[in-house]
Ligand binder design. Structure first.
Ligand SMILES: Nc1ncnc2c1ncn2[C@@H]1O[C@H](COP(=O)(O)OP(=O)(O)OP(=O)(O)O)[C@@H](O)[C@H]1O
Ligand SMILES: [Mg+2]
Length: 190
């Protein structure tokens, strides 16, 4: 052991601020690609869709789950997870998330994707409107500091390219979080 005088000079290095585990919310309007992409990223994944019955107060007349945000956070406790992607259109309402990735899609492309599902014209339209009005992104920025909210446009990108982009965001290789705004597309609808 070093002499006492020498030991007194020893100082602990300041704690490194490196966070070993990050939890990610992958959110976006239905059809933007959350489920398709989360299955391809090398991270643990929690699909919020699997918990709808547990975290909702029934459904509305259009068959949409009425999600209760308290139940959501009681059921999915992010602190009990590490290196996990929570995917779903309410993922940004989970607590203690490190980064929020909002998937975006041009409303015309979204229309094609949602029409190929069993969705009514009304439901397709509602989702196109939500996307054009940037609703999910604004909710995410309200819930979290905007510097932690990143957007990825999946309209024209391949799934592989989108996966790369998500990896880059998670690994801190993308610092700029450029905002996407589809509100002007609404002008073409009338
Ligand atoms: N770059 C891309 N990234 C993700 N999905 C894409 C991309 N390009 C095309 N797609 C297609 O878009 C569709 C997205 O559907 P998906 O079920 O993943 O959406 P979602 O956001 O999980 O919807 P929901 O909220 O209803 O669960 C898939 O058919 C997928 O193949
Ligand atoms: Mg999905």
């Amino acid at each position: 052991m070093q002499k006492l005088e020498q030991r007194k000079k020893l100082k602990l290095q300041p704690k490194r601020k490196c966070k070993l585990s990050v939890n990610i919310a992958l959110t976006g309007t239905p059809g933007t690609g959350k489920t398709s992409l989360s299955s391809k990223v090398e991270y643990n994944t929690v699909s919020i869709n699997d918990y709808y019955a547990k975290i909702s107060n029934g459904k509305d007349e259009e068959d949409n789950w009425l999600i209760d945000l308290e139940k959501l956070n009681e059921t999915i406790v992010t602190k009990n997870h590490s290196n996990t992607i929570f995917e779903g259109h309410v993922a940004h309402f989970l607590k203690n998330i490190d980064k929020i990735i909002v998937l975006r899609c041009h409303p015309d492309e979204l229309k094609k994707r949602l029409s190929s599902r069993n969705y009514s014209d009304e439901k397709v339209r509602e989702n196109m409107e939500a996307e054009a009005l940037n609703i999910i992104c604004e909710e995410a920025i309200d819930a979290y500091d905007k510097k932690n909210v990143f957007e990825v446009d999946t309209s024209t990108m391949t799934i592989e390219k989108s996966v790369e982009k998500i990896d880059d965001i998670i690994n801190g290789n993308i610092k700029s979080n450029k905002r996407i705004d589809y509100s002007e597309t609404i002008m073409d609808w009338y």
